[in-house]
Design a protein around this ligand. Structure first.
Ligand code: HEC
Ligand code: HEC
Ligand code: HEC
Ligand code: HEC
Ligand code: HEC
Length: 367
């Protein structure tokens, strides 16, 4: 009995052992277990150590020097920049978009050229809950955390040449979702079953937490929820007409959003039963170029050298579009028509690191 009691005291001491801010997510995870587990698998948690990012960072430093490193780390290793640890010597600096960054944000101003977070590292944690009594730290209610504003400092970016490199936040701001009060959190941090705090630390009535895994384009569920597409066919003289109606019904911003190197591709194939094959494609993307008009193919160039938008064929939030394709297939030929949508991203312009995810196909046999 006595040993059990001593053990309990010991573990309680470990839970509430003093710590300093910014603290590693491991420390927050001692008490906020379920939130920690979800965050761990997010791309936010891997934003610094992610191999693609590390490769791109190396290229940025090689091409543009130390100044570029600071630009990249501002969003990918925000604690490192706030604490001046640009060499990434501390563990917490490697934790990417970590707990103690977001929950030390006191205010976000959106008036300047770029949205900017005002961060104070202390034992006061800002968050969406009112009147809570934490253990080992204090809390302050923050309405920034229940709105899209908390996401703006990293999901909206204008570079020194004036190019809007990332516009996810303003795309949302101009959409009907903003007017309806549907914040980023409603699609990316849904309320799920879970304990805000490990019940061994404190019993609370809260049986729900905001999902911190932040599913985006890495989630097939999210990708498949974006588009509604309808395929119809018609004969027009010697031609077969394929019409695709599509709607961006699920994203609260353009699809694709974020980096200009993200593409949505629609491919339509028509294969006749007598062995002829046709293929056409539409690409939905925002093409950007440097000051000389050279189209940019790599992530670090977009951030540092991007100067103008050449074209933007993405589907804005809620947008409906009709695409018509014509194939030289006269009536009397049986045709297998296949429409395929995929998401494509190649941030380093290297084939080994490109990503291609097919998330929707529609087949139709036309007699
Ligand atoms: C020793 C346990 C413990 C540790 C360690 C801990 N917390 Fe907490 N935290 C709590 C408790 C208890 C609450 C209150 C929950 C309640 O009453 O519903 C809380 C509440 C919170 C809240 C809600 C505040 C609000 O007003 O919305 C946030 C945010 C938070 N913690 C963030 C953190 C972060 C970030 C860390 C790590 C840097 C951390 N916590 C470490 C126990 C802990
Ligand atoms: C990208 C910023 C971000 C990161 C990183 C982040 N949080 Fe949160 N957290 C939020 C936001 C935003 C909310 C409130 C969402 C809402 O109410 O709409 C929240 C809510 C909370 C709450 C209140 C309970 C709840 O689920 O609403 C706690 C506690 C908390 N976070 C702890 C943590 C811990 C621990 C970590 C790291 C393991 C972490 N957060 C990482 C942004 C973040
Ligand atoms: C401190 C900067 C920062 C903040 C604040 C931030 N993010 Fe992010 N976010 C990032 C970075 C950096 C990445 C890319 C990580 C990677 O893949 O390396 C990212 C990636 C994402 C992704 C992509 C996930 C995927 O599957 O590819 C989503 C969705 C996302 N963030 C949503 C949010 C939302 C919603 C908020 C506000 C609640 C938010 N972020 C706040 C920096 C931030
Ligand atoms: C109505 C739901 C909805 C809202 C609101 C919403 N998103 Fe999304 N978001 C999605 C869906 C669905 C996807 C997956 C498809 C895609 O990549 O666009 C996504 C993807 C993303 C991605 C991943 C982009 C990529 O290609 O990796 C980021 C980053 C992101 N959202 C950030 C945000 C931010 C920041 C906000 C608020 C300013 C926000 N989202 C508001 C539904 C939403
Ligand atoms: C203003 C914030 C911000 C800055 C500055 C920034 N990034 Fe990012 N980065 C993001 C966000 C947000 C994403 C995720 C989705 C998107 O919006 O495209 C991302 C995604 C990436 C990815 C893809 C990671 C993956 O796994 O999919 C790479 C590579 C990358 N960034 C490299 C860089 C480099 C190199 C720099 C510096 C030249 C840089 N970033 C500067 C916010 C930023």
């Amino acid at each position: 009995m006595r040993t059990v009691f001593a053990f309990l005291l010991l573990t309680a001491a470990a839970w509430s052992a003093p710590w300093e801010s910014p603290a590693s997510a491991e420390i927050c995870g001692r008490c906020h277990r379920s939130i920690h587990e979800a965050w761990k698998v997010s791309t936010h948690a891997a934003a610094t150590e992610n191999r693609l990012f590390q490769d791109a960072l190396e290229m940025a430093e090689a091409d543009f020097g130390a100044q570029a490193r600071r630009i990249c780390l501002t969003c990918h290793a925000p604690v490192a920049v706030q604490t001046g640890d640009l060499g990434l010597s501390r563990k917490v600096s490697w934790e990417g978009v970590t707990c103690d960054f977001c929950h030390s944000v006191r205010h976000v101003s959106v008036d300047g050229p770029n949205p900017k977070a005002d961060v104070v590292f202390s034992l006061i944690k800002t968050g969406p809950l009112k009147g809570v009594t934490p253990v080992g730290h204090q809390a302050e209610f923050s309405d920034v955390h229940t709105s899209s504003t908390i996401c703006a400092p990293c999901h909206e970016y204008r570079n020194t040449l004036g190019l809007q490199v990332l516009t996810t936040w303003s795309e949302w701001k101009n959409s009907r979702y903003a007017k309806e009060g549907k914040e980023c959190q409603s699609c990316h941090m849904s309320r799920v079953a879970g304990n805000v705090v490990d019940p061994r630390i404190k019993r609370t009535t809260q049986a729900k937490v905001n999902l911190h895994s932040m599913p985006g384009s890495h989630s097939l569920d999210q990708l498949t929820s974006v588009l509604r597409a309808n395929l119809s066919t018609a004969r027009d003289g010697d031609k077969l007409k394929v019409v695709i109606d599509l709607v961006n019904q699920g994203a609260g911003h353009s699809f694709p959003t974020g980096s200009p190197l993200r593409h949505l591709v629609l491919e339509v194939r028509a294969d006749t039963y007598d062995g002829r094959h046709f293929k056409q494609e539409r690409v939905y993307a925002r093409k950007v170029a440097d000051q000389h008009g050279t189209v940019i193919q790599r992530e670090h160039f977009a951030f540092v050298k991007g100067a103008k938008v050449v074209s933007d064929t993405r589907l804005s939030a809620g947008e409906r579009r009709t695409e018509t394709f014509e194939f030289p297939v006269p009536a009397g030929n049986q045709v297998q028509v296949k429409a395929t949508f995929w998401y494509y991203y190649s941030p380093l312009a290297r084939t080994e690191s490109q990503k291609r995810i097919t998330f929707l196909t529609i087949n139709r046999l036309v007699k």
